[in-house]
Design a protein. Structure first.
Lengths: 111, 112
C-alpha cells in the first residue's frame, strides 16, 4: 500500500495562479520528498524536507511539513504552463531505508 | 555529470518470455533503486541495491530479480512475463538509499 496520499488527485488552474498540493502519510518518517514527472518520463527531484524541519523554499516552491498531522504541502507560486506535470510525494519511513511514493497529483496549468 | 541512463527505452515482449533491463547510475552513486509504474498501481518499489548487495525488496513475485555490478551498474530481470508486467520501469540512483533520487528516463515494457 502507498505510504503517501496526495490530494487533490487532479488540479487545473490558470497560468499565474498558485497551486497547492497536499500529502498525508501514516508512519514516522526521516524525510519527505517531492518529485515532478512530465508525461511518461522519469521523475525529477524537487525538494527534500527532513522530519525536524517545518518549511523549506526553493525558487517558486514552498514545502511545509507538519509531523504531528503527518502531512505536507507543496505550493507552487506564479504557475507557468511548463509546470504542467504530475507531482509525487515520497516518504522515507524510519527504519525502512527506501522511499514510498504516493499516487500523485496531476497539475494542469491553462494558458 | 552524466545522468542516469536506462536501456532499452522501449521493449515489446510476448507472454512467457523474459526480459533484462539495464541501468547506469550517476558516477559516484552506489545506490540503485528500481520502480514499476502503472496507471492502476502507481509507483511501486521493486528493490534497491547498494554496493552490489540487495538491501531492500518490494512486494513483487520472485519472477522479478536484479543485480548490481562492481561499477554500480544494475540490471533487473523479469522472467515468464505476464500481461500485467506491462509498465514503465524506472531506475534511480542516489548517494544513499532513501536520499534524493535521480531518475532515468525509464524503460517502457509492453507485454503482448
Amino acid at each position: 500500500s502507498q505510504q503517501g496520499e496526495e490530494d487533490p488527485q487532479a488540479l487545473s488552474i490558470q497560468e499565474g495562479e498558485n497551486a497547492t498540493m497536499n500529502c498525508s502519510y501514516k508512519t514516522s518518517i526521516n524525510n519527505l520528498q517531492w518529485y515532478r514527472q512530465n508525461s511518461g518520463r522519469g521523475l525529477v527531484h524537487l525538494i527534500l524536507i527532513r522530519s525536524n524541519e517545518r518549511e523549506k523554499h526553493s525558487g517558486r516552491l514552498r514545502v511545509t511539513l507538519d509531523t504531528s498531522k503527518k502531512s505536507s504541502s507543496l505550493l507552487i507560486t506564479a504557475s507557468r504552463a511548463a509546470d504542467t506535470a504530475s507531482y509525487f510525494c515520497a516518504t522515507d519511513r524510519q527504519g525502512a531505508q527506501k522511499l514510498v511514493f504516493g499516487q500523485g497529483t496531476r497539475l494542469t496549468i491553462n494558458p | 555529470k552524466a545522468g542516469v541512463t536506462q536501456t532499452p527505452r522501449y521493449l515489446i515482449k510476448t507472454r512467457g518470455q523474459q526480459v533484462t533491463l539495464s541501468c547506469s547510475p550517476i558516477s559516484g552513486h552506489r545506490s540503485v533503486s528500481w520502480y514499476q509504474q502503472t496507471p492502476g498501481q502507481g509507483l511501486q518499489f521493486l528493490f534497491e541495491y547498494f554496493s552490489e548487495t540487495q538491501r531492500n525488496k518490494g512486494n513483487f513475485p520472485g519472477r522479478f530479480s536484479g543485480r548490481q555490478f562492481s561499477n554500480s551498474r544494475s540490471e533487473m530481470n523479469v522472467s515468464t512475463l505476464e500481461l500485467g508486467d506491462s509498465a514503465l520501469y524506472l531506475c534511480a540512483s542516489s548517494l544513499w538509499g532513501a536520499g534524493e533520487q535521480y531518475f532515468g528516463p525509464g524503460t517502457r515494457l509492453t507485454v503482448t
